[in-house]
Structure formats: C-alpha cells, structure tokens
Write a protein that binds this ligand. Structure first.
Ligand SMILES: Nc1ncnc2c1ncn2[C@@H]1O[C@H](COP(=O)(O)OP(=O)(O)OP(=O)(O)O)[C@@H](O)[C@H]1O
Ligand SMILES: O=c1[nH]c(=O)c2[nH+]cn([C@@H]3O[C@H](COP(=O)(O)O)[C@@H](O)[C@H]3O)c2[nH]1
Ligand SMILES: NC(=O)CC[C@H](N)C(=O)O
Ligand SMILES: [Mg+2]
Length: 519
C-alpha cells in the first residue's frame, strides 16, 4: 500500500471513469478506481480516502435494484463529488429525488449561474464569462435536492446541473467535467482536490523511491524472475527491480515463435548492451506453435498463450534456487480491465495474457511494481530511471504477439509472410520520420486469399491490413491519417517485396468501436 494521500473513485460503469483518474494524476493526486459492487466496508476503511468521486454510469437510479454507493461513504466526513449518475445516486441516497422521462441532453450544453450564485467551493473561478460550456450525456435528472444542498448552476434541461452542500463539502454535477469537451472541467477537479487538502504528492521521483522500498520489503532475500519482452513496461519493471534487489533478479525472455522479424536477437542484444542483468533467452517456439495448431478462436488463443507463459516461467524458476517470485510489467489499465473477471460492472473484451490468462493456482508470487501506473507514467518513470530512448519510445507489442494479428488459424507460413510485411511497414514509417508520432503500428494478415495479376501471371495470395493508431494510453485510439502517397508507396512495396501477399488495405477504424489489435 502506498503512503500517498489517496482519492477513491467509485465506478458505476461509465465509459469515461478512466479519464477521471487521468485528470487527477495530472494534478499529482493518487487515486484508485473501485467498482461500486466490490467495495466492502473493510476495503473502504483500508483505503482511508481523503476524498471520494462518484462516477457516471449507464443505469438509471429510478430502476429498482440499480447501483448504489455504500452508505458508509457518506459518513466518512470527507469531501464527495458526484458526476452524472454519481450526482443522481447521491441525491437518491441523501433524500433528494431523480426522475426519468424529461428531455435528455447529449453533447454540448451551457450552464448559467443560478440566481444569486457566482459559484464557490469547487465552482470557484467559473462563470466569469457568464456561462460555462460543458458536455452532457444523460436521460434522467435530479428534480429535488437533498437537505443541505443548494443549486449553483442550471442548464436548459437540468435545473440542478451544479449543486453543493458547502457544510459537508458534498458537490454534484449533471455533466462530465473529466472529458476534453468540458473545457474548464479541470478547474472543478482542481478546486475539489485542493479543498480536500491534497498537496500533490504523487510524483515519479517519489514513486520510484517508494516502489524500490516496497520491492525490498516484499522480496526479502528471495530470488525473482522477471518476464522480459523488450517492451517498455517489462524493461522499466526489470530496471526498477534490479535497482531494488540487484543480483537476486534474473530476466527470462520467451521466444514463443510469435515475435516480429529479428526481434529476439534485437531485444537480447539491446538489453545485454545496456544492462548487466542476467537474461535467459528461452526458445519455446515449438511449445507455443504446437499448442496453437488448429486453434482459431481469439480467446482460446489468448488463454493458451497465457497458460504456457506461466508454465515456462515456472520451469525456469524451478531451476534457480530460492526463486519464489515472478515479476511482470502489468499496468493499471490491465488491472482495471481484469476487474470484470471478478464481477465488476464492465464487460470483458479481451483476456490480457498477463492478467486474465493467469492460472488460478500458481507456485510463484507476483511482483508487479507498475500496477498503479498508466502507460505514459511508465514512460516517465523509465526516463527517471535513465532508460535509453530506444527502450522508452518503442511501440507497445502485445504479449500474445503475432497470434492476435493472424485472425483465424495460425500457420508458420502465414507467420513468415506477416513478419516480412510488418517489417516493410515499420521501415516505411521510420523512413518517413513518423515512428514517434504513431502510438502503435503493425500489419495483420487476413484469412482470405484474393486474385491478383503480377507480371502477366495470375496470383492467388493473402490480403493484409495495415494498422496505425494514435493514443495516449491504449484505452481509446484513432487511426493515423497517412497521406495517400504514403499508403500507395507502402502497399506497392509490400506487394512487391513480400511473396504471399497480393492485396493491401488500410484499417481506419477508431477505438471504440474497434479495438487496436484485430483479435
Ligand atoms: N516474450 C515475452 N517474454 C517474457 N515475458 C513477456 C513476453 N511478452 C510479455 N511478457 C510479460 O508480460 C507483460 C505484459 O506484456 P505487455 O506487452 O503488456 O508489456 P511489455 O511488453 O513489457 O510492454 P509493451 O506494452 O510496451 O509491449 C510484460 O511486462 C512481461 O512481463
Ligand atoms: O501484453 C498484452 N497482452 C495482451 O494480451 C494484449 N492484448 C492487447 N494488448 C495491447 O493492448 C493495447 C490495447 O489493445 P486492444 O485495443 O486491442 O485491446 C494495444 O497496445 C495492444 O497491443 C495486449 N498486450
Ligand atoms: N452519464 C451518466 O452517468 C448517465 C446517468 C444516467 N444513466 C442518465 O441517463 O441520466
Ligand atoms: Mg509487449
């Protein structure tokens, strides 16, 4: 457990709950998201939050059996901020009223100050231009305030768009201050954390020292093996753990036969050139490719790979005397997505191999020093630890590797073709100086053959899809707007240079509704 001042976000399943956390992290405030239905009084006491935010959510508080906050939250004596569903549920639980069936508001709206109110507390500094632009997304609305509350701001379809009980320091808004489209939402969050007494003690330098202390405390004099992929997360995890426990650490790089062209050699060389950390290069391609033969379902692929990873780690650990711990570069979004496995309000989209794919019983105990961080924070920590830019700037690469870029059945032939096409695409991106502008880029080989004509002959080969996205944390993403010239040149190069591909498409789906990977 961290020593930081902490803020608790109670999640009612909003699509943008993550953004509340991000905005707070930007203010150097540490926060944790907990699903409303998994929050016991014990957990609440253990967390000892200094303030609470109630998120939005898809349900309606007017529906019998809809989500509620644990009543104890309102007796903690700390400031509370309810957003949308969070505001509605707070009114419902504290003696106000909520109704459905009025005009819904989706998208942009303007809030005017309620008569006699300029706004104070968390609304201080607003309304200097007369009204505030906000982003709305609601069907229900508050129709009567709970005792102690007063109205601060109104919108055309929400008479209680901003409310406050200054005595208890309880606040509510009908709109979403955490989204980009509420331009001055940050002011409200900033006011809220300030009046709750947060000093902004969440910094990377502080995090590093604390993480090192905790790793030492957890591991003692035992040995640790760390799954190292060459990706940002596991490289940062390995260097951090090495700072903490030195030669008690051994890294294991698993070549599952699903890596990119020359990746194994590159990762091993890059790591050995920069760090004096023992590294085992485990060639397990026969094991993984054998187990995946004939498998085409994405979730079965993921679970198979997750299980084999652990088998391999356990095998290597048992060869090292005193190895009791497995370290992974698991991040906060992995953990949040995995919550759905234990019954949280969100839906499982994919089982990430390092969380959802873990077996129930495992001999090794986990060391996951990055569990509380978002990707961009991991990069900041990497810089803090002095990792070279070529580690920090690498595009993410998923643990299951090319398996999830080869929709349908995986064959060695398809993997070879895919590796070559992917290498050409990345080479193109580098040559045009675009690598650092793009968050992630890759090729997927499609499970269809199409007819082409090359050199006056007929071809019947695979089609492929190029994918390149911009993103901050992988949670949402947009396709990268390449020029047509770039796309044309790249398609020509792939089809000319890669035998087995005769058609090339560009995937322009954003996330959501798509996901970044194809499976
Ligand atoms: N080939 C591999 N060998 C050993 N461990 C791996 C391998 N691939 C993934 N892992 C483990 O699974 C964890 C999660 O993988 P993930 O891809 O999310 O992180 P990463 O590879 O470290 O970073 P990035 O997201 O930048 O690719 C890694 O941090 C690492 O511990
Ligand atoms: O280590 C990983 N194990 C996995 O099982 C996994 N699945 C997806 N990803 C990566 O996560 C980010 C979001 O991907 P999706 O939009 O496809 O869910 C993207 O960066 C993906 O590459 C994974 N990483
Ligand atoms: N975005 C939200 O939290 C919506 C709350 C509730 N479902 C409504 O429609 O009013
Ligand atoms: Mg990776």
């Amino acid at each position: 457990m961290t020593q930081h001042q902490r803020l608790l976000i109670i999640d009612f399943g909003s699509q943008v709950t993550q953004l509340i956390a991000r905005r707070l992290r930007e203010l150097n405030v540490f926060c944790e998201i907990h699903p409303y239905n998994l929050l016991t009084d014990d957990i609440l006491r253990g967390l000892n939050p200094q303030a609470v935010i109630l998120s939005g959510g898809p349900d309606s508080v007017t529906r019998a059996g809809s989500p509620r906050a644990p009543q104890a939250v309102f007796d903690l004596g700390v400031p509370i901020f309810g957003i949308c569903y969070g505001q509605q549920v707070m009114m419902e639980q504290l003696g106000g009223a909520v109704e459905g069936g009025h005009h819904a508001e989706y998208g942009r709206a303007f809030i005017a100050p309620a008569p006699g109110h300029k706004g104070d507390g968390i609304f201080a500094g607003l309304f200097d231009a007369g009204r505030e632009e906000v982003w709305m997304s609601h069907g229900d609305r508050v129709t009567a305030l709970a005792p102690g509350f007063e109205v601060i701001g109104v919108s055309p379809n929400a008479p209680f768009a901003m409310i406050a009980d200054e005595a208890r320091r309880f606040y509510g808004v009908q709109f979403h201050p955490e989204v980009h489209h509420t331009p001055r939402g940050r002011i409200m969050l900033e006011n809220f954390v300030r009046l709750a007494g947060f000093t902004g003690d969440w910094t990377m330098a502080g995090y590093r020292d604390e993480a090192i202390r905790k790793i030492r405390e957890q591991v003692g004099d035992k040995k640790v093996i760390c799954g190292l992929s060459g990706g940002v997360d596991s490289s940062v995890a390995a260097v951090l753990i090495h700072e903490a426990i030195g030669d008690q650490l051994t890294c294991v790089f698993v070549d599952h036969g699903l890596l990119r062209l020359n990746e194994a050699e590159e990762v091993v060389t890059m790591f050995r050139d920069h760090y004096n950390i023992p590294l085992i290069h485990a060639d397990e391609s026969e094991l993984f490719l054998g187990a995946l033969e004939g498998v085409s379902d994405p979730e079965v692929k993921r679970k198979t790979i997750g299980r084999l990873f652990i088998d391999v780690f356990q095998r290597y650990a048992s060869a090292i005397e005193g190895a009791e711990f497995l370290a992974q570069g698991t991040l906060y979004p992995d953990v949040i997505e995995s919550v759905s496995f234990s019954g949280g309000p969100s839906v499982t989209i994919k089982s990430h191999h390092n969380v959802g794919g873990l077996p129930e019983k495992m001999g090794l105990k986990l060391v996951e020093p990055l569990r509380e961080l978002f990707k961009d924070e991991v990069r900041a920590l990497g810089r803090e630890l002095g990792l070279p830019d070529k580690f920090i700037g690498r595009h993410p690469f998923p643990g299951p590797g090319l398996a999830i870029r080869c929709p349908g059945e995986i064959t060695r032939e398809k993997l070879d073709i895919l590796r070559k096409a992917d290498a050409v695409f990345i080479d193109q991106i580098r040559r045009h100086g675009l690598y650092d502008e793009i968050w992630q880029a890759f090729v997927a080989i499609l499970p269809v053959r199409t007819v082409g004509v090359m050199g006056d002959g007929r071809t019947y080969d695979y089609a492929c899809a190029l994918r390149a996205v911009t993103s901050v944390d992988g949670m949402t993403a947009d396709y990268y707007p390449f020029t047509h010239d770039f796309l044309g040149e790249t398609a020509t190069r792939i089809i000319n240079e890669v035998k087995g591909i005769n058609r090339c498409t560009y995937d322009i789906t954003s996330k959501p509704p798509g996901t970044i990977e194809w499976e």
